[in-house]
Design a protein around this ligand. Structure first.
Ligand code: TA6
Length: 278
């Protein structure tokens, strides 16, 4: 585990003996690159991403906390992705590398959200797996509620030729249709237009299939899965995404969005997303 400078930001470079690699920015505790053994990047990072702190970094795995999207009064996706986290542990062995970053309340967070908390993101690479585990502890004396997501931007060769399997039969809120509730009836999800869906209570592991490779996506603790691709017109409104960027990415997010998470005083919650390169 090496401390590096990545586009002017302090970052960590994780490497395992088997050849897996990841880059994690302390700003936002954001994983910006993950390359399993074999050498192919599996996360999308926009070539127009800004690293100067003026905006959230477009790509990798932004941590949305304590608010997902615009589900409350906070800035979109909360504040965790736009402030610096602290490195509290780093460990590596023959086949793995692990770092732990933490964030707790400060004057800046309390100005937006009045709760004392402690959050930890554990980032583990092992074999062909990337494991992200978010824990949130309520260090205050009254219950708190939040929504959250690991807003994972998966890299795809061509989004229209990718198939996301595992969501059939689940109910979702369709954010491109005024939040209407629908039920997924197809065997696979194909991305052929702007897509922004919150699938509820997803219990199955998902599989993103491309013509020559696949990626397993599963989660625990997070009840929902968000699938997002901005497609042509929406992309044009996103300054830090190139015009054809949407073709190279698909967000498959582990989220707690549909129902807020409630954490009583002194209690904690955790959620995990795991990606497995196949
Ligand atoms: O997770 C999907 C979403 O909430 C979309 O509605 C979309 O706007 C996206 O996140 C990106 O948000 P951002 O604030 O990073 O531009």
């Amino acid at each position: 585990i090496e401390h590096i400078d990545f586009h002017g930001q302090p970052a960590l470079h994780l490497v395992t003996a088997a050849g897996a690699r990841a880059i994690v920015s302390l700003h936002g505790a954001q994983v910006l690159s993950w390359i399993p053994p074999g050498g192919e990047e599996r996360l999308y990072l926009s070539p127009l991403a800004r690293f100067d702190g003026s905006a959230a970094i477009r790509g990798g795995v932004p941590v949305c906390f304590p608010q997902f999207a615009e589900l409350g009064p906070l800035p979109r996706h909360g504040f965790a992705r736009t402030i610096s986290w602290s490195l509290t542990a780093e460990r590596s062995g023959k086949d793995f590398a692990l770092v732990t970053l933490t964030l707790s309340d400060s004057d800046a967070t309390r100005a937006l959200w009045p709760y004392p908390f402690w959050a930890e993101l554990g980032i583990l690479i092992e074999d062909s797996r990337l494991d992200l585990e978010l824990e949130v502890e309520n260090t205050g004396s009254e219950a708190l509620e939040f929504t959250a997501a690991l807003h994972t931007y998966l890299a795809v060769r061509e989004v229209e030729q990718s198939r996301l399997e595992g969501l059939h039969g689940y109910t979702y809120h369709d954010q491109v249709d005024a939040g209407r509730t629908r039920r997924d009836s197809g065997d696979v999800l194909l991305i052929e237009a702007e897509t922004d869906r919150i699938y509820h209570d997803v219990k199955r592991p998902l599989l993103l299939r491309e013509y020559d490779r696949s990626l397993g996506v599963n989660a625990d603790g997070f009840s929902d899965v968000v699938v997002w691709n901005p497609w042509v017109e929406r992309s044009a409104t996103i300054a830090d995404l190139p015009a054809d960027g949407f073709r190279r990415m698909l967000c498959v997010e582990a989220a707690a969005a549909h129902r807020p998470v409630r954490v009583d005083a002194g209690e904690s919650w955790w959620g995990r997303q795991t990606l497995v390169a196949l």
